[in-house]
Design a protein around this ligand. Sequence first.
Ligand code: IFM
Length: 749
Amino acid sequence: MKYSFKFKEYDPKIEGIYGTILTLGNGHIGIRGEIELEPTIYGTTIAGVYDYAPYFYREIINAPRVIGIQALFNGEPICLSGQKLLNYERELDIEDATLKTFVSVKTQSGAKIDYESIRIVHGKRKNLAILKFKIKADRDGLLTLISPIETDVANPSYRNEIMIKHYNVEELEESKKGIYAGVRTLDGKYKIEIASSLVSEGNIKRTVVKNTKGITEILNVKIEKGKTYEFIKYIVIISSEDSNLKDKAFQEIEEARALGFDKLYKEHKEYWEKIWEKANIEIDGDDQAEKGLKFSLFHLIQSMPKDSKISLTARGIHGFGYRGHVFWDTEIYALPFFMAVFPEKTREMLMYRYNNLDAARENAKLNGYKGAQFPWESADDGYEATPPLIPLDMIGKGVVRIYTGEEEHHITADIAYAVELYYKFTNDDDFMSKYGLEIILETARFWASRVEYDKEKGYVIKKVIGPDEYHEHVNNNFFTNLMAKYNLILAAEYYRKAKELGGDWLETVKRIGVNEEEVMKWLEIAEKIYIPRQVNGVFEQFDGYFDLMDYTIDPYGIGENRLPEEVKRNLGKTKLIKQADVIAAQYLLKEQFDLETIKKNFDYYVVRTTHASSLSMPAYSIVASWLGYEDLAYDYFIKCAFIDLHNIYGNTQDGFHLATAGGVWQILFRGFCGIEIKGDTLKITPRLPQKWRSVKLKFFFKGALLSLEIKNDEVKAKVINDKSAKISAFSKDVLLKPGEEIILRGEAR
Ligand code: IFM
């Protein structure tokens, strides 16, 4: 596998986009791709480190910047903005997760300087990042290198001109080997310890300066014309909740220096080789699609947290969009890829929800419900983090009221759905019996208390926001009601299973105190829960939706800009929807619908969906593929695969669109490869786009590591570990034994 992405245009206006798409991360540290030679507002993101913020409850903090380097030649800055730029190239290599930079400038006094660097955020050593760079000048002179830990970076707020610095500097210190900054979040919860060391060949005098901007190492080097000088900046970033780890930070710096760049890079490369051994997907016949897919997977994998203190956030460790909050994006869109490819990491990410179950219980109580209600937006502590208001100006006049935190309740069922899907992929009894079961039971409890009884309709769910966020305070949203019903039935089934199996399963049931009577009530509610009416086969998205003003649009378009002003101002009064809603439910719960019904609903809603949310196209693409709408399915796939590379939504600078990236994988997996879990069997119904000759992929299914090569008329399958797997394709069922390879053939659809 070899994929590199090259960018040759330097423009400060698009540097924010490069910042996101060239981000390097290892699930603990995220370092955006802005060039190190220029100042930027972006520092470092550290997964799980949050602080209180006005409006946003808690937000991921913009921690000190460590990757920056200021270089001067004979006192003139080697930078891009103030000098004549002769050459500029950035290269992201996703195979070994490196970012290379090549810059040549001519200074105002006429010196030509060549600069090149390579960055890594170490895959294996979670606290380590390295910048190695080389400098060459076309004349003798004095090179000054300024290598700071910048402790003056702050979070952008609701207005760009307002920046909130989320930490206090507790200590700045130097040692023989490097410099150190210890900072603590304003709420006192997290200590961040950063050490760095700029290493050069030879014995160069080093000066350290401390001031209000941070701590800086300065090297002055006399350089000779035409000779290349190499420097390495080692960076260690540790976060913890209480301890003082200054010594550890210095120790890790020393260790890194002792090992040197080459050995550390080799380790990092091996780590990524192992990652790609599992995650690589080959699409024969479509390099473009493969490239976009791999780019998406790369950024997804980089965001995979190192522990269960936090889960994947909506914009990854790449930026501050949605303030580092965790949404349903994680469970419904991103996690299925991890379930199949990195199941052990998925368990940790689901444990994040389990660990925050008490907060979800409190949340339910606070809102007058029972059980556990997961917050719409969640930060490090699991409490509701959705801003109720966003001010658009300084004087508080233009305030936008956000209701999703109060009304977008479907997330509670979405999490239960993901727990079940994880279990279907893995058969992880240990997780399910001790933790997953508790999530499923407590979320069912929530729904049982959330519904109201209506004499005519049965159990109804009033005042919600469905996935389509244009329509607020609606009653009986199709997606919400259907997912609630699913959650209730699931809980009843698992309750029965627990009674049957005993052991940890039963312990969990006892711990939560669920009994037969409660379960009977869940089943009664599930049976009588109101599912919105169908007109000509189309489900009404919520009560009263069909009475709204109709407006249809081109299904190939994206966003609201194509709408007339009048329509844009009155979206809530129209039938236009922001993203897949009825269709999202039909994609998640496919087994409950026949294809004819799905088609009627798809045809109706696809021309009424703006796709203003990046979560929309994946669901539509998958369903389009089931329905044989190949062009549309493929069009959405490509748009999703290039969503950030092409800045399709115009907000790539705020971070990577993680849900869409997970969606790209799901389009390939569930849509084009047609892979479904049917009980203990993996069913494959290929529907590859015309130009795709085959797809090769590997993933785990119930412990068996499968290697598949899928063509429209052939499935080659092999188990490459010591487990067996049942698979089915072209109406043929087989039990694949360890090491065995089979080929199933049939008619292309
Ligand atoms: O979770 C999504 C939501 O569905 C649409 N608005 C953005 C959120 C975060 O990505």
